[in-house]
Design a binder for this molecule. Structure first.
Ligand code: AMP
Ligand code: MG
Length: 333
């Protein structure tokens, strides 16, 4: 309850400050992380041009994509995947910190979010032109390994090592939210006080509200129709959605989607159709939206309600909606 009151208070205060300031929103698009990203600027202080702001965002995104993708020759994640079993791999403090937090989130979710699914993701290969389900025995051998327990991290040297062979990292469930957190800080430092970044299922609002409004109203959509099942009344927040419709293929009449249950190595089947998570921290919102989808609604709501500053809107397979305690105050249909 405390959290919601403080969000509303900030919004009203900002609305008073922004009265009479109604610059036209400007939107810019970029394709990165295999996703179309839109930056909409509502209000800037004029110290940097839109072109400068957008250029900085593009540069940051390109660097992050290179370092965090498992499909490059020389990025940091590729170097870890190629060499961390042989000897510890030194990475930047930022990438080290990201991996460390992802291991913590893997533990927090009891392995429902698991960054060590790289080999399983590679076998499923959802970006292939002609995908088909991998061999069942090969998948079974990779299921339930909890390999995040086999990552050795050295804080002093910023090195990552694998203490077991046969696995690799995939940051696909967390990198967008992490990138949104960094983008938020970067554009605020360039004088942006009100903006929205839409990053393929992950929305970052910047500032308490758009000019002339009292809050951001963010639509929650749960499938490929993009129809809103409701809206969230929020201030500055990251809103991440995970569901089966974002990436999938059909094979012999069956649909296979991209969110993997680490304990079966097959696409997750829970009572959840779509999981939306809100948190000020983009990495947490992104990782937990994936984890909640895998965990199912009972475990997801219990975990969510035990965490400070995290809320969830879960749409179940029968299209009913389950809300975390705090989400009841900010979700409306
Ligand atoms: P998201 O869209 O954030 O739910 O992330 C889905 C992406 O994360 C997939 O395309 C995979 O690359 C990866 N992934 C799939 N299942 C998991 C999981 N259970 N834990 C961590 N990463 C996953
Ligand atoms: Mg995610």
């Amino acid at each position: 309850m405390k959290r919601i009151i403080s969000i509303a208070a900030v919004c009203i205060y900002a609305a008073i400050l922004l009265t009479g300031c109604n610059a036209e929103p400007r939107s810019y698009g970029i394709f990165c992380f295999d996703t179309y990203i839109t930056l909409t600027l509502y209000q800037t202080d004029g110290t940097h041009t839109d072109a400068d702001i957008f250029g900085e965002c593009r540069e940051l995104l390109t660097t992050l994509d290179h370092n965090l993708s498992a499909h490059t020759d020389s990025g940091e994640l590729s170097e870890i995947n190629a060499g961390a079993y042989t000897s510890p791999v030194k990475v930047s403090a930022d990438t080290y910190g990201l991996i460390k937090r992802c291991v913590e989130l893997s533990r927090l979710t009891d392995g429902a979010f698991d960054i060590t699914l790289g080999e399983i993701s590679r076998l499923w290969d959802f970006s292939s032109d002609d995908p088909s389900p991998p061999d069942n025995d090969t998948l079974k051998a990779l299921a339930g390994q909890r390999n995040y327990e086999n990552i050795a991290l050295n804080d002093k040297d910023c090195t990552v090592a694998f203490t077991k062979d046969g696995f690799s990292l995939d940051l696909g469930a967390a990198a967008k939210g992490y990138a949104l957190g960094l983008l938020k800080e970067r554009i605020k430092s360039l004088g942006v006080s009100s903006a929205v970044i839409d990053f393929g299922g992950n929305i970052q609002t910047i500032g308490a509200c758009p000019p002339g409004a009292e809050y951001y109203s963010v639509a929650v959509s749960v499938d490929e129709t993009n129809a809103a099942i409701g809206r969230l009344r929020i201030g500055e927040m990251c809103v991440s959605t995970s569901n089966a419709s974002r990436r999938y293929f059909e094979y012999e009449g069956e649909r296979y989607h991209h969110i993997i249950d680490p304990f079966t190595a097959y696409p997750a089947k829970s009572d959840i159709k779509s999981a939306t998570v809100l948190c000020e921290d983009g990495l947490i919102a992104d990782a937990l939206s994936t984890a909640f989808f895998v965990m199912g609604s009972d475990k997801a709501i219990a975990l969510c309600d035990s965490l400070y500053g995290v809320e969830a809107v879960l749409t179940l397979n029968d299209n009913s909606v389950r809300l975390s305690n705090g989400a009841r105050e900010i979700f409306y249909e």
